[in-house]
Design a protein around this ligand. Structure first.
Ligand code: AMP
Ligand code: MG
Length: 265
């Protein structure tokens, strides 16, 4: 059975309808080989975007704890020259950030023309964790879907392309990954009490994500629901998507001033 990556804007998105273990009948070797090809191509496309310096891309990575945001960044960044990338992780807001509107810190992190930004968490925390943990009243967060859509439209009209990826894992897979973090001394640092508390709020998070994905799935900034129980399939899907997006943009080297040829002594 096939599974769509995108849903038409306006239609309800329910994560329960998407299989996190979907892998399109591929095996790990096939997927990793294809991912490598996409990453090589990404390097070239990112370099052209950088040279053109007229447009930018932001890859938004959302998903519950252990869904693979860090691993996806490692995969994407591995193939691309660091000067073409801006990686930004959004944590719980600082006192200064909280003294501004919720989009202030996001806007400040938007990459300049020529670069690919990767957001590890994003504006979507402000309609997900903030809602689940009741950090602001409902009257405040429910207005934010429209505010996010307007913000993303503003950036889109200014030459920014969003690639919004929701990394979808199952509850069982999260348990395995949390257990792994609890036992592996190289991963224990990643784990805090809030991760285990958030797991207890699993259903509330899924519901908040259903709403965020449905409300903010627009023509100008659509969501992709990435099956992420298998890390190699997740990497393949994201690599393909980012490559396709850059190919669609088809960045061009700026025109060459041939009079320069005569100036080399
Ligand atoms: P990590 O990604 O594991 O480093 O954790 C970052 C933490 O910051 C997560 O628990 C997020 O839910 C939290 N966080 C990120 N953005 C916000 C926000 N706007 N409001 C509250 N918590 C946030
Ligand atoms: Mg965490």
């Amino acid at each position: 059975m096939d599974q769509p990556l995108h849903v038409s804007p306006g239609r309800d998105i329910r994560l329960a309808d998407f299989d996190p273990d979907f892998h399109d009948g591929l095996d790990r070797e096939e997927a990793e080989a294809e991912t490598r090809l996409h990453c090589e191509k990404l390097d070239e496309l990112a370099y052209r975007l950088f040279a053109e310096a007229r447009r930018a891309v932001v890859v938004v990575l959302q998903g519950i704890d252990t869904s693979g945001k860090d691993g996806t960044i490692r995969m994407l960044a591995g193939g691309v020259s660091p000067q073409c990338l801006d990686v930004k992780s959004f944590k719980a807001p600082s006192a200064v950030e909280l003294s501004h509107d919720f989009l202030w810190r996001i806007h400040a992190a938007v990459p300049p023309h020529g670069r690919i930004g990767i957001f590890n968490r994003s504006q979507y925390e402000d309609v997900v964790v903030v809602r689940v943990r009741k950090l602001v009243p409902k009257e405040v967060w429910k207005e934010r879907y429209a505010q996010i859509n307007a913000f993303e439209k503003l950036l889109h009209d200014g030459g920014l392309t969003f690639v919004k990826c929701f990394l979808h894992i199952s509850r069982q897979e999260q348990r395995k990954r949390l257990e792994d973090r609890l036992r592996d001394p190289k991963k224990q640092w990643k784990l805090g009490p809030s991760d285990l508390e958030d797991r207890r709020l699993w259903d509330d998070f899924q519901k908040a994500y259903d709403d965020a994905l449905t409300q903010c799935n627009t023509e100008h900034a659509p969501w992709a629901i990435v099956p992420a129980d298998r890390k190699w399939y997740r990497n393949l899907v994201v690599a393909r998507l980012v490559r396709k997006t850059l190919e669609r943009l088809d960045p061009k080297f700026p025109p060459f001033d041939s009079s320069l040829l005569a100036k080399l002594d």
